[in-house]
Write a protein that binds this ligand. Structure first.
Ligand code: GDP
Length: 356
């Protein structure tokens, strides 16, 4: 199906990659996240009052619409169903949330303030990404604050650069070069994405402004591009349920809710599940499944398929530990064995918590 000039041709064997946003405080992580989710929020949740689920699916149709202006010449085919962005602090999603021993995040955005360069948490984030061998792009943020910058709202970065005076371009390049030098000291060979010839070895820099939206189309196109090119095995759908609890909340009049990330497989209303709680393994049922696209319908949906974020209402779930796995109990499940596994998980999780 054609969306403007961006070609969408879904490959049903692929799931959406999970993306998280890392970086130093105030670099613009939340603002970038909001920008990425903007089209969806505007389309689905007028007023935006509904509390966001901790993992939001940005659909490929939205990405196609937002990237028309930049994909015109490249004609890159979009095959994945979307990008699932996680809203929890990046460090937790990486260090604590694990599924089958690997990290939950498939790809990351490292946000760096072009004026501040690398800061303490930027360096911590880089170490984390390097240790997990996670592919990432660098959003070199706040370009709109380069002295004399003329903003072109929501435009691809190269179109913005064209309207700047020579002095402004020089100033921008000087600042970018300084950050590139700092990144090199951390063994990161970063290259502006429009000059990058080897995306596997060299993380791409995308200059952005979360305030004016410049460079956001570039970022939105690069994420599927990298995922399709380098992660196709990893994002091939699997039948077995892989589901992690991102956040636990108690909602007035509703009871305990779990924001989960269903990576693979499916969940159904009424499924019997086992959770890892502070009081040990708890067996309960999924009463309601709320999806971000229909948060207002009290009955929710019958079934969801990975990869997706959802909010589950379940009795007895209030002590569930964020970061642990949600297990579905099927007719063939050995509950005694599963309980042992969950209790071992509790031990790991609590020792992690007590070690700070
Ligand atoms: P976080 O702590 O990394 O999540 O950063 P925030 O997204 O909360 O942003 C910190 C501050 O920087 C806020 O006041 C934002 O409005 C501002 N900010 C974020 N991105 C940009 C940008 O691209 N340009 C400008 N001028 N300000 C930005």
């Amino acid at each position: 199906r054609k969306e403007g000039n961006t070609y969408v041709k879904l490959d049903s064997s692929l799931r959406s990659p999970v993306c998280c946003v890392l970086g130093h405080v105030d670099a613009g992580k939340t603002s970038i996240l909001d920008r990425i989710r903007r089209s969806r929020v505007a389309a689905g949740e007028a007023g935006g009052i509904t509390q966001q689920i901790a993992a939001t699916l940005v659909s490929i149709e939205d990405i196609a619409a937002e990237t028309v202006s930049i994909n015109r010449s490249h004609n890159f085919t979009l095959k994945i169903p979307g990008i699932l962005v996680i809203d929890t602090p990046g460090h937790e999603s990486f260090s604590n949330l694990r599924t089958r021993g690997s990290t939950l995040c498939d790809v990351a955005i490292l946000v760096v303030d072009i004026h501040s360069g690398l800061q303490m948490q930027t360096i911590e984030s880089i170490k984390l990404l390097q240790s997990k061998r996670a592919p990432f792009v660098i959003a070199l943020n706040k370009v709109d604050r380069v002295y004399g910058w003329k903003s072109v709202t929501n435009s691809p970065f190269k179109d913005s650069l064209k309207v700047q005076t020579e002095e402004v371009v020089q100033e921008f390049e000087k600042k970018m070069e300084a950050v590139i030098a700092e990144l090199a000291m951390q063994q990161v060979n970063a290259v502006p994405y429009y000059k990058n010839k080897d995306f596997r070895k060299c993380p791409a820099i995308v200059p952005t402004s979360a305030v004016t939206g410049e460079g956001i189309p570039d970022l939105l196109l690069l994420l599927p591009l990298l995922s399709q090119k380098f992660l196709s095995d990893r994002i091939t759908k699997r039948d077995a349920v892989e589901c992690n609890v991102l956040e636990v909340k108690v909602q007035d009049g509703v009871g305990s809710t779990l924001d989960v990330l269903l990576l693979n497989g499916s969940l159904n209303r009424g499924d019997k599940i086992m959770l890892c709680t502070l009081n040990g393994a708890v067996t309960t049922k999924i009463q309601t499944i709320l999806e971000s696209s229909n948060m207002k319908s009290a009955s929710g949906v019958q079934r969801i398929e990975g990869a997706i974020g959802a909010r589950l209402i379940c009795k007895g779930a209030e002590k569930t530990l964020a970061g642990t796995e949600l297990h579905v109990i099927g007719p063939k499940t050995n509950e005694v064995e599963l309980k042992k596994k969950v209790e071992a998980e509790l031990e790991t999780a609590t020792s992690y918590l007590s070690s700070g």
